[in-house]
Write a protein that binds this ligand. Sequence first.
Ligand code: ADP
Ligand code: MG
Length: 610
Amino acid sequence: MEMKQTEDSLTTSFSEISQKISQLEARFTGPLNPAAIQMQESNKYIQPVMEKTPEPTPDRRKNSRGEDYSSKLSDPGSNSVPSKKQKYSPVQKTKSFTPRPESFDSVRPFSESPHSGSYSDSKYITINKELLEKLANSESLCAEKQALITQTEAKLTDISQELEKKNKVIEMNLEEIESLQELAKKNKKALIKTFRMLEEKMRQELKSRLFNDSFRLGRVTMVRSGTRFQEYWEDGQEITQSKSQLESIIKQKEQLEKQKKKLKKANDEELSSTLPLRLALLMREEIELKDKLDKLEIEKNIHIQDCRRMAEEDSAKYSKSTTEHEAWPVLHGRYLLLSLLGKGGYSEVYRAYDLFEHIDLAIKFHELNPSWAEVIKANYIKHALRENKIHRELNHPRIVKHYDTLEVDNNCFCTVLEFCPGEDLNMYMKKHKIVNEKEARNIMQQIFAGLKYLNEQPEKVIHYDLKPHNILLNNGEVKITDFGLSKIMDPGNTNLELTSQGVGTYWYQAPECFETGSSPPKINSKVDVWSAGVIFFELLYGQKPFGNNMPQEKVLKDQVIVRATSVSFPSKPNVSSECKEFIRKCLEYNVEERWDVVEVFNSSYLQGKR
Ligand SMILES: Nc1ncnc2c1ncn2[C@@H]1O[C@H](COP(=O)(O)OP(=O)(O)O)[C@@H](O)[C@H]1O
Ligand SMILES: [Mg+2]
């Protein structure tokens, strides 16, 4: 009776367990993956118990009725007890535990059948308890996991909502960016248009001013002499008038001087009392007129420069539209060309506006002319590439900065340079005629600071084309530019063979550059010292020390520089003897005795110690 009760209670417990497991399994086999994970978690707890379940020994395999239990176990037709292998093989359990209801059904016959010997009721109860405990654990774990899943699902919903919102914001931002880009395009176009209009307006104003000034100051005309056309200057009204006024004053003055002499003899009291005053008035007028003519001369020089630049600009490549480009084009979608700054034999330099950085720049174009002879082309390419290579490596406040090199087409490339808004020293001298010693010395200090830097490079750089045109001046700041003829010296070498003779501007070139002989002349950076000496002289006296007022060809033909063995100084303006000594050192004919760049830079005159 007692046994029967125990059996009943076990049966109930197992069927309860079986039910719960079925419920659990129903949950596990639900749509969410995490449930599967939970199931594995449950296995973790259940499995060891199953593994521990002792396997009945053969002699124990008899039920209470004395029937052989093992035969029942092995009987596949039996509906009460499944085969041992099927249900309790530890190997099978370890591999994978599948908590199906049948597997737990299989426990029932155990409970139903009277225990055969070793499995006592209490053991079953213990197992049952343990299983229930594990089941409870699994259930609570499952609940926890379920809660976690619910939480995660809620979070996911939140996140996806958030994402949706963010996507909307991104979409809006993209739309805004697109419209801003559209606006930027429009603004860029408007900016380009405004710049072009402004420049055109300034050009027209300058042209009409130059036109009016040409009546007042004069103009350059082309006069034919033989087969060649030569530039000829024709004075304008104001200059002609002032000159004739000056002439008449000088004549009047001469007449009065004569009268004065006669009066002394005739003893004419009245005339002799008025004559001195008349003479003094004429002299004052003469001074004023000379002063006026000096100013007109400066105006004339600036006028000539502006007219030349205007004419060069009108014929410059990018000032007119062609099939390849519009007038004043934008290069590389970025650099808007605005005006021509200067034109050399082989290059054009433009002022440009950087539409990215919004700054002014100078852009120098190096263009091969297809009509040139092959030798000239090859030479040009060599110089242009060398200029670019040398200049782009330099970085010093006294040297115009080289920002970039751009390819334009097969025959042309350009260099993007720092823009110096002032003027070159040539124009500065045209405006001021002469510069006082203090100012000129400061300009020299800055030039030599730049030259010293060039000399300190691992491969020394010789500029070779130092002249007022290549020195830019802005607001007291001096910068060296144009490395078109520059040379680099091999480290360790003190001299360099000059292979490109005859190029450059002769008034500024050192005597050794003109040497002729069986082998090319040897030069070093002292050629720059000579050129700087010539510039210093010109700044102080308003004239060149050698070949002043002489055309270039004549300087070469007459061997002016080759004969420039000593320099002589005009009496006016007054210049200190230290300054003259300094210039003598720079213009020392003998290269050995001429100061080198560092000596000049460190000289007490330039350093201001004297
Ligand atoms: N960076 C610059 N900023 C302002 N003006 C410049 C600049 N570079 C050149 N220029 C002007 O253009 C002229 C010609 O430039 P340069 O480089 O000397 O060309 P080239 O090799 O044809 O002589 C200069 O004399 C100067 O007036
Ligand atoms: Mg130049």
